[in-house]
Design a binder for this molecule. Structure first.
Ligand code: GRF
Length: 204
């Protein structure tokens, strides 16, 4: 399965995918392309260093979200992408994009959704004083950080944490859960029944 990754930032989740691919831990998933909307972002450099094809589609070059999405779709299709992974991609995709890849767009979010959608989810969780935080991989629907939940990992919030310690603990789990879900998707082990999504275990 050809995977297209979209990113906007430092790209540590992308790096986890690149490392998993290099280590043979992505099953039949192949990283076919990495697209970014922020020229010069860390994710772009990481993909280039790994020799994965890249493209830049800068949202500032487009007058509307739909026109931006059309350009993204064209680039992803040109690389034959079948599954789209949002790994720190800081743009909201329109139905035009999501309909083109129905149930084929997944996102990683650093909270236990539906709690704390949107930006700075870890800071939101810390300020709310929750005792358990975590991360979520979910199918993307129109809306911010909404859609059927595929997998979640919880981490404790410790008494001497600050927001940055919590962020790091969550990120370490993001780096495990995202490659695991991509592999499961590529192996056809992810089944959605409305908002209930099940992952079958790897056969022995
Ligand atoms: C991650 O926390 C991810 O969950 C969120 O954006 C951040 C991206 O970090 N959607 P990185 O660019 O993968 O380091």
């Amino acid at each position: 399965m050809k995977v297209g990754v979209l990113a906007s930032g430092s790209g540590t989740n992308l790096q986890a995918l690149l490392d998993a691919a290099a280590g043979g831990r992505l099953g039949p998933a192949r990283l076919a392309a990495v697209g970014v909307n922020v020229p010069g972002c860390g994710a772009l450099a990481r993909a280039q260093a790994a020799g994965v094809p890249t493209f830049v589609v800068n949202h500032r070059d487009f007058p509307s979200r739909e026109q931006f999405d059309v350009a993204l779709l064209a680039a992803l299709r040109a690389h034959g992408c079948e599954l789209i992974v949002l790994a720190g991609f800081m743009r909201i995709l329109t139905p035009l994009f999501l309909d083109a890849f129905a149930e084929r767009v997944i996102n990683i979010h650093p909270s236990l959704l539906p709690a704390f959608p949107g930006v700075d989810a870890q800071g939101q969780a810390f300020r709310a004083g929750v005792k358990v935080a975590g991360c979520t991989v979910h199918f993307v629907e129109a809306g911010v950080d909404s859609g059927p939940i595929i997998a979640q990992v919880a981490v404790p919030v410790l008494d001497d944490d600050d927001a940055s310690a919590l962020r790091a603990r969550i990120l370490a789990e993001e780096h495990k859960i995202l490659p695991a879900v991509v592999r499961a998707m590529a192996e056809g082990r992810v089944h959605a029944d409305g908002c209930h999504v099940h992952i079958r275990p790897t056969p022995p």
